[in-house]
Design a protein around this ligand. Structure first.
Ligand SMILES: [Mn+2]
Length: 438
């Protein structure tokens, strides 16, 4: 079903971007539609930066943002033209007219005309934002246009065009979530929390990991998510020690823990939640001990999240708590300072604690600014996800600790005074989880 109108957020974002770069031209192609085999494609999802600026979700298109001397920047959309024959197969298109009428493009052309129109659009610009290496075909079009423009512009005394990655400036905008974005993100988080909760209630020994994967996918979509924001991780027992585990063919066994990392995507914004719970009714004693250290680290990290603090500071505190846990359980020996300095904690906690979250699960935005970790500011959203993993190959660990991987992950929004946990709706206290499992 085609839209007849889109929200005003999109033009507002474009104006903000162009106001920050008044002599730049932005060229952002749509995400390629990857082929799975022969003429069958993978499901399509628009590139996040492209969507953020346009709201346009068709493949084989390109947006060009052009400054103007009068101060009113222009959007030119290159799109797939209407084609009744092709639309029978691929679905209805907006076409050139729809690009102008619905998406408020100042001009729109068939995508085939990009190469011939681009040189004139570069006229008067001082820099071009284009992601070099996007695709051989697109690189060729942009490079040819740049070269033709450079050869003309050289004699005018104007600077030659430099090329930069648009994900820098667009990512900077995306890092601070607007009220409209937060509505979508909150919804994604609520739905995903509900899905985690239900999965926690429904999982039974003997189910397959991919069955659980289908269940979380179903609940998220049933509740209004268009898709999941990333490939879920559903890992029983020792599989949880593999951080990006995806084969999902194993069977859930009584007595082991299930780690599920999954998040629904709502209107292009995704949640990112991990919970670890017993496949049976209860945590074993060792599982509970390990779980409590992860939970303690996670809570301390959340308590630290407020404006001015940095992600490395939060990570450091998490690592300190986890080292205390590894020492307490007798899994490591020595002084905490030495273990920290030699990074020996990485044997059981090999990843970092946080990443930005938004349209992409690992969202855009620089982690460092002027060579320093950037202080958190209101509007930033990120994950807090400490873990504790015993690798199956780590035979030096006592037997009862083997085959266990635990992670607890929530999403937080930095507010003026602290943070708001967006994924409150899913329990992480052991007794609450065991209640659901009963
Ligand atoms: Mn995550």
């Amino acid at each position: 079903m085609l839209l007849t109108q889109i929200p005003q957020d999109f033009p507002v974002r474009r104006h903000r971007l162009m106001a920050a770069h008044p002599s730049a031209v932005f060229v952002l192609p749509a995400h390629p539609h990857w082929i799975r085999n022969s003429d069958v494609h993978h499901p399509y999802r628009q590139d996040s930066c492209f969507y953020y600026l346009t709201g346009f979700d068709e493949p084989k298109s390109c947006v060009v943002l052009v400054p103007s001397q009068t101060g009113s920047d222009r959007m030119i959309l290159f799109v797939q033209p209407k084609d009744s024959e092709k639309e029978i197969w691929e679905g209805e298109r907006y076409g050139v007219e729809g690009a102008k009428k619905v998406f408020q493009a100042d001009e729109a052309y068939p995508i085939e005309e990009l190469g011939s129109k681009l040189p004139e659009l570069f006229l008067g610009a001082e820099e071009v934002f284009y992601r070099m290496g996007f695709s051989a075909e697109m690189d060729q079009i942009v490079l040819t246009a740049l070269e033709s423009q450079r050869s003309r512009q050289g004699r005018t005394g104007r600077s030659l065009l430099s090329v930069q990655d648009p994900r820098g400036p667009v990512g900077e905008l995306r890092l601070y979530k607007s009220l409209e974005e937060l509505i979508a993100l909150r919804r994604a988080c609520q739905i995903s929390a509900l899905a985690h909760r239900r999965v926690m209630q429904e999982v039974r020994p003997g189910m397959r990991e991919f069955e659980v994967e289908a269940l979380v996918d179903y609940i998220c979509r049933k509740e209004g998510c268009q898709r999941l924001g990333y490939g879920s991780i559903v890992a029983n027992g020792k599989n949880a020690a593999c951080l990006h585990y995806h084969s999902h063919r194993d069977v859930l066994r009584e007595g082991e823990l299930l780690l599920m990392d999954a998040g629904g995507e709502y209107n292009y914004y995704t949640a990112d939640i991990t919970r670890t719970f017993p496949v049976g009714r209860h945590f074993s004693k060792v599982q509970a001990q390990m779980y409590d250290w992860v939970l303690k680290a996670q809570k301390e990290a959340i308590a630290m999240a407020r404006p001015g603090v940095t992600l490395p500071e939060i990570h450091q505190r998490v690592v300190e708590v986890m080292i205390e846990g590894f020492l307490c359980l007798g899994l490591l020996e020595g002084s905490p300072q030495e273990i920290y300095k030699r990074k020996q904690f990485r044997r059981f906690y090999p990843h970092s604690t946080s990443h930005w979250l938004g349209m992409d699960v690992h969202d855009s935005g620089l982690y460092m600014k002027n060579g320093q970790p950037r202080p958190l500011e209101p509007g930033m959203v990120f994950t807090i996800e400490p873990g504790f993993y015993v690798q199956p190959s780590d035979f030096e660990v006592p037997r009862e600790y083997q085959n266990i991987g635990i992670r607890i992950e929530d999403d937080v929004l930095i507010t003026k005074t602290g943070c708001e946990i967006l994924t409150q709706g899913v329990p992480k206290e052991r007794d609450e989880i065991e209640q659901l499992r009963a």
